[in-house]
Design a protein around this ligand. Sequence first.
Ligand code: FE2
Length: 176
Amino acid sequence: MSEETLDLHYGKHHQSYVDTLNDLAAGAVSDDDDLVKLISESEGTLFNQAAQVWNHTFFWRSMKPSGGGDPPGEVADALSSAFGSVEDFKDEFSAEAAGHFGSGWAWLIHDGSGLKVISTHDAHNPIPHDQRALLTLDLWEHAYYIDHRNARPDYISTFFDHLVSWDWVANQLAGV
Ligand code: FE2
């Protein structure tokens, strides 16, 4: 991910959601729990801004410098039992992300019964559906257009090859 993309995505897009949310919900959000509560209870513009703040924070945490590689044992075991193998999980997640029409997010979630791959439109996320997010990928064009132009599949393979933080997935999995 280029410096230009990171500057624009984190410094402009994400910041703009934070600024707008602060204007709309001044004083109502002071920590993560407040934000999750707001997402669960709001709709329309307030939901969109609050969810986009949460989604982006989760997205940055889903990556790390020199990420990618093989997941740790507990993550590999969980992915293998749900999807067949780690590679099968990557294939399913990549197909969901590449096939998602328009703006949105691809997710690995735990829905209470097991691990699933889903995608959501615009700002929507797993929180209102009582699903626990484990990993996400931003599918809005601002996330990949500078580095990969219209080639969303290249962005997805770069995510798995160089960026994904399996440590973050392991942390989320431990809380399920
Ligand atoms: Fe984004």
